[in-house]
Each structure stands twice: as structure tokens, then as C-alpha cells.
Design a binder for this molecule. Sequence first.
Ligand SMILES: Cc1ncc(COP(=O)(O)O)c(C=O)c1O
Length: 411
Amino acid sequence: MIAYRGGRLQLEGLPAKRLAARFGTPLYVYSRKTVLEKLARMRAAFGGLSPLICYALKANSNRAFCRILSGAGCGAEVVSGGEILRALAAGFKPGTIVYSGVGKTREEIRLALRRKIMAFNVESREELFAIEREAAKLRIVAPISPRINADIKAGTHPHVATGEAGNKFGVSPEEALIITRQALRSRHLRVVGLQSHLGSQIASLRPYRELLSALERLAAALKGSGTALEFLDIGGGFAVDYDEGGKILDLRGLASLAKKTMKACPGARLVIEPGRYLSADAGVLLSRALYRKESFGRKFLIVDAAMNDLARPALYGAKHPVWPEKKDGKREKTDVVGPICESADFLARGIWLPKTMPGDLIAVSKAGAYGFSMSSQYNSRPRAAEILIENGKARLVRQRETLKELLGPEI
Ligand SMILES: Cc1ncc(COP(=O)(O)O)c(C=O)c1O
């Protein structure tokens, strides 16, 4: 979605300069074409296995953006009552929504039950009882899928590893069997699947191979117990090539591993929960340079986007490609930083950029996942506007917050 034409920066064929002039900066720019291309690539890799693709809303929950995926037949993975409402508002069918998270409140559980979601990914025995109590009050049966933590090293950043011993997520396979037995005894619980999510930004097949074996073993242990598994959900985590030239996951390889497991579980459908794989490449954060600065021999380009707009570099040391407005010019080694009063506030460090002057634009690419959705008002900065480019036209899909709105809820 990002390229130079005649030496000038273009986003999905539209001049970045024109978009910035019309919508202001910092600005999130999304591409419908790119997200649909990623979806098509994912579907092609899985071929006849036809998994239910439950898009992880946390990656980018903008309603217009989500509508692209619901319209293309995806389900949704959600982690809060707010995300349930967003998913429904974006047109995802309730029967294709799976609900994860270790801290589901009673109100959230009730909301999910009332809206008849596909399954609760149960993360503890206490949560199981809470779901049972709420289902009993509503006199319905809650569909559940224990979230399995099989202690598999995902080989990723520790902050985004979720399937290892020591993480707060999921239950051990042994605990999952106890949960399943408990559910079998309940009139208000029904085990419909097994779920797991190893973590994010995983580029190797090894952890998925181990996970599929663990799920297969568990499914075998449940045979004859009265539990009919309708799906096996292997979560998301499929790596994005942030470094341009870095490793990504071999999706076709994953599909062929999954095929074997699904053969051993007749009647069950494969579910996957990609977040960043679908959305990261479909978003760019457009920002304008404010100042240049040199301090102790280090060059800084100070721009109007900051860690409150894109937290990933500060949170994980994530590296996003930075595209200057003008492609050519003498390059210099620069840190690209925002106005926030934290030394962790950088968008890129020590990168080689053509000399960029105050007023020039830069675009941070691969920012469509965990960009706006993680953004905050830290330092009392209104959150950025979001636009979507469809069929060569840009439209506003979230207004820029105003200073007035910052203070609005305070009394
Ligand atoms: C349960 C669950 N599923 C799916 C995802 C999506 O992960 P990713 O965006 O890396 O694909 C997450 C991310 O945290 C998650 O917690």
C-alpha cells in the first residue's frame, strides 16, 4: 500500500501530501485492498481445510476496518465486552465470535451469553463456574472451549508469549480434562472445542507442531467421554515481516501440519485467530516532522506522532519501516522521536533517512496492527484520526479527538 511515484510518497495510489493536508497528522491510513489480499493469501495457504478465520479484534478494532473482514466471511476473536459490541457493530455473526481473556466479568459473560456467541475460551476453573452461574440464571447452555496452555516455548518476545508455563493464560492439559469433566456434569455448560494461543509474531512451525500434537492428544483423551468437539482453535500469532527481509511463518507448512491433526479429529473444524497477519500491512501511520535536533552527536527528527499513537517500538523495541516523504537526498543516521516526555518515546532508532526537514512527512508502515488499538491519550494528546482507502478514495473512519473531548468525561 506504500510506494514512491515520481519520487513522491503515495499511499494506496494517493499522494501522502494530499491526505495529510486533507485529514491532518498524525493520521492512520488503512487499505481495504491490502487487508483483502492478506486474507486471500491466508485462505489460499489453508486451501481445502477452510478454517474459520476469527480475526483478533484487538489488533485493529476500527469498525469500518472490521467490516471489511466480516463482509469477507470472517468470524471474530474478542477479549472484552467492548470488543463483543464492536464485533457485532461491525457485522460479525454472533455464532462466529470466540471470546478469550482471563478476567471476564459477570456483565461481560452475560452479554456474551445473551448475544449467543460461538464459544467462551475458558481460562480457569473459577471462570468456568462464573459462566455456569450466569448461564443457569439465563436458563441456557454456555458453549465453552478450554484454552490450553501446554507450556510451549513460542520463541518470541516474552511480553507476547502466552502459551508457556508462567504465563497467566489458559489451563494445563490436565486441568482442561478436569474442566471438561465438570462441564459434562453441568446442565448449563457444553464443551464445543479446544482452544490455544501460543503468542504473537511467531515465525517458526515448531511451536505450532507441538501445539497441534498437544491438542490431538487431548482430543484423543476426550474420545468416548461424551464430548463432541466441533472445532480445534490454534489461535493466531502468525509473524509479520516488520524488518522487511525477516522471517515469516510458512502458512502452507502450518496448514499441512493442521491437516494431519484435523484428520484425527473427525467432525471438528479448524479455527484460527489471526490479528496482525491480516491487519499490520494494511495500515500506515502518517506523521509530520516538527523539528530537527542534534545532541551529543546524535541526530533526532522530532515528529508529531508519538508512543501514545504507536506504542510498539516503546513496548517491545519493535522496528517499523519509516518512509520519508522524499525518497532521494543525502542520507543521515537519525532517531525518529515524538513529543512525549519519555525517553522510550521513539518510532525508530538509528535509521538512515534522507535529510528530512520540518514540515516534511514521514510514514511508518506495517502499523495497521496494534497501532491505533493500543493508542492512548498519554501526555493529554488527543488520539489520531483514521482513514480508509477503498477503490482509490479516502474516507474518514474515525474523527481526530479534540482537546475538548480530552477533558469531557472529567468532573
Ligand atoms: C487469544 C488471542 N488470539 C489471537 C491473537 C492475535 O495474535 P496476532 O495478532 O499475533 O495474530 C491474540 C493476541 O494477543 C490473542 O491473545
